[in-house]
Design a protein around this ligand. Structure first.
Ligand code: HEM
Ligand SMILES: *[C@@H]1O[C@H](CO)[C@@H](O)[C@H](O)[C@H]1NC(C)=O
Ligand SMILES: *[C@@H]1O[C@H](CO)[C@@H](O)[C@H](O)[C@H]1NC(C)=O
Ligand SMILES: *[C@@H]1O[C@H](CO)[C@@H](O)[C@H](O)[C@H]1NC(C)=O
Ligand SMILES: *[C@@H]1O[C@H](CO)[C@@H](O)[C@H](O)[C@H]1NC(C)=O
Ligand SMILES: *[C@@H]1O[C@H](CO)[C@@H](O)[C@H](O)[C@H]1NC(C)=O
Length: 318
């Protein structure tokens, strides 16, 4: 018995050390001397991309989320499928949906010119997500750097780990808890749906079958998204200001005007209602909780030290 407890102690202590280690290794100054231009190159790349297409800011933010939820923020989502390798791009949540890969390629090419072989794709994606939020009017935060890139990817892990829009609140909470994220993080980070678009196929069940939908809102969406067909028709996640990062997403939930079932689940008569009310009333509290949640999400299981590699091309391992 005593030796069992001793072993347990060693295991718990070891995992606590490795977690602290990973967090310590992420530092905002990681590339200060090895790539001083990094932050301005990424920022300029994001500005140029948003100038071309406003939606891309939303797409980059989601790309980072879908990277982090599948075995950590390790750029695994950026790996292309090949004849001998199946990656995450064709996983259920990403196929015909995840976008922004070319923007990351362009930024990576510029970073490689300035400081070859030094900066990971995972760090570039993390910075691009932050810069996207900032340029669309959202909060800013310090990004810890020093992630390395995976040499693997997993479609089945992507299928299982990225939350689906038909989940109920308890399943959403469990999904986030599996990543070390709280119910508060779930609500705040869902506020990312203040920007960007979703396809008819993702919200059809919500606008035809859920009771908790404003009737005029339901009618106008049903006109655009019929019971069958038009699967790829796009609608804004925040119907009021889809290219501006603000707290109107939460006001929409109070008015039963969420586009996704998973969004309305956050305000549907249970434990997260009060957080939704709080963020709908107080934009500053939302921004603060969102920034905090992003720092947590961006720190999920990074590869550091000599683990993984610094990919030359984000789409393939070296
Ligand atoms: C809470 C669970 C979540 C679910 C079930 C969910 C689900 C979805 C779905 C179904 C779409 C539309 C995809 C399509 O139609 O192709 C979407 C879009 C989006 N999601 Fe989420 N999401 C969740 C959380 C998050 C989080 C945590 C973030 C970021 C922090 C995020 C950021 C976005 C953004 C920005 C878009 C729009 C992307 C674009 O326009 O390209 N989502 N989400
Ligand atoms: C991904 O989408 C393409 C194009 O719609 C489709 O042909 C393919 O079967 C999909 N792949 C998976 C794994 O669902
Ligand atoms: C993941 O989901 C895709 C699309 O739904 C499906 O075609 C594929 O079989 C699944 N793959 C794995 C490995 O779970
Ligand atoms: C939520 O969904 C899970 C999985 O589908 C199910 O087991 C559970 O009963 C549901 N919970 C509620 C409160 O509806
Ligand atoms: C709505 O629910 C019914 C009954 O469960 C189901 O047959 C139908 O496919 C659902 N409709 C949509 C659009 O998901
Ligand atoms: C909200 O609660 C109702 C009643 O319990 C339930 O039917 C519905 O599926 C829930 N979710 C949404 C998004 O309406």
């Amino acid at each position: 018995m005593a030796s069992y407890y001793f072993l347990l102690f060693v295991l718990v202590a070891a995992s606590a050390i490795s977690e602290a280690d990973a967090k310590k290794k992420l530092s905002k100054d990681f590339y200060c001397s090895s790539c001083p231009e990094l932050l301005s190159i990424v920022n300029q790349g994001v500005i140029n991309a948003i100038k071309k297409e406003t939606r891309i800011g939303a797409s980059l933010l989601r790309l980072h989320f879908h990277d982090c939820f599948v075995n950590g923020c390790d750029a695994s989502i950026l790996l292309d499928d090949t004849s001998s390798f199946i990656g995450e791009k064709t996983a259920a949540a990403n196929n015909n949906s995840a976008r922004g890969f070319n923007v990351i390629d362009d930024i990576k090419a510029n970073v490689e010119k300035a400081c070859p072989g030094v900066v990971s794709c995972a760090d570039i994606l993390t910075l691009a997500a932050r810069d996207s939020v900032v340029h669309l009017g959202g909060p800013s935060w310090n990004v810890g750097l020093g992630r390395r890139d995976s040499i693997t990817a997993s479609r089945s892990d992507a299928n299982n780990s990225i939350p689906a829009p038909f989940l109920n609140l308890s399943a959403l909470k469990t999904n986030f808890a599996n990543q070390g994220l709280s119910a508060k993080d779930l609500v705040a980070l869902s506020g990312a749906h203040t920007i960007g678009l979703a396809r008819c196929v993702q919200f059809r069940a919500h606008i035809y079958n859920d009771s908790n939908v404003d009737s005029l809102f339901r009618k106008s969406l049903q006109n655009k998204c019929p019971r069958s067909g038009n699967d790829n028709v796009l609608e804004p996640l925040d119907h009021q200001t889809p290219t501006h990062f603000d707290n109107l997403y939460f006001k929409n939930l109070l008015a039963k005007k969420a586009l996704l079932h998973s969004d309305q689940e956050l305000f549907n008569g249970s434990s997260t209602d009060n957080l939704v009310r709080k963020y709908a009333t107080d934009n500053a509290k939302f921004f603060k909780a969102f920034a905090k949640g992003m720092v947590k999400m961006s720190s999920i299981k990074p590869l550091t030290g000599s683990n993984g590699q610094i990919r030359t091309n984000c789409r393939k391992i070296n």
